[in-house]
Write a protein of this length. Structure first.
Length: 187
């Protein structure tokens, strides 16, 4: 009889300014739907999803944080034990893109290099209103040594109801010689 392995759990914390689409990305991933009515997240929301990845089962814990300044003091406690920080900006809002630097800095202050950071440009369906090019997003990600992807929660672009997590490298401690414990893409 094969030994039963413990269920691997990975905490993904979604950060970014108010109204950039953090909740919409999570809703699209969890339920494959988009809600046109905006309702601000108050404090934090938490969802969990069990996925089957190759020969193992993993549980993703998705932490949806409020983007409003009044909840900023709570953020470090949510970042503290995260595996992945997903920093979301709205491609139709240059200010939300500029503010990603402070979100990334906050993650690194709290977690150092022991966390994967993914920069996500959301709302690519707003083609006529775009203020941030894909090249700018890629350049910023390169400069800050983070991963980058563009999405549209509304259109389901690069989400498609599935977070593909691969190359899980488990080890004692956190990161092995700077290698991420896993790489994440929203696709």
């Amino acid at each position: 009889m094969a030994p039963v392995s413990a269920l691997a759990k990975y905490k993904l914390v979604f950060l970014g300014d108010q109204s950039v689409g953090k909740t919409s990305i999570i809703t699209r991933f969890m339920y494959d739907k988009f809600d046109n009515t905006y309702q601000a997240t108050i404090g934090i929301d938490f969802l969990s999803k069990t996925m089957y990845l190759e020969d193992r089962t993993i549980r993703l814990q998705l932490w949806d944080t409020a983007g409003q300044e009044r909840f900023r003091s709570l953020i470090p406690s949510y970042i503290r034990d995260s595996s992945v920080a997903v920093i979301v900006f709205d491609v139709a809002s240059r200010q939300s893109f500029l503010n990603t630097s402070k979100w990334i800095e906050e993650v690194r202050t709290e977690r150092g290099s022991d966390v994967i950071i993914v920069l996500v440009g959301n709302k690519t369906d707003l083609v006529e209103k775009r203020q941030v090019s894909i090249e700018e997003g890629e350049a910023k990600a390169r400069d800050l040594n983070v991963m980058f992807i563009e999405t549209s929660a509304k259109a389901g672009f690069n989400i498609k109801g599935s977070l593909h997590v691969w190359d899980i490298k488990e080890k004692e401690g956190n990161l092995m010689d700077g290698l991420p414990i896993f790489q994440l893409a929203i696709s």
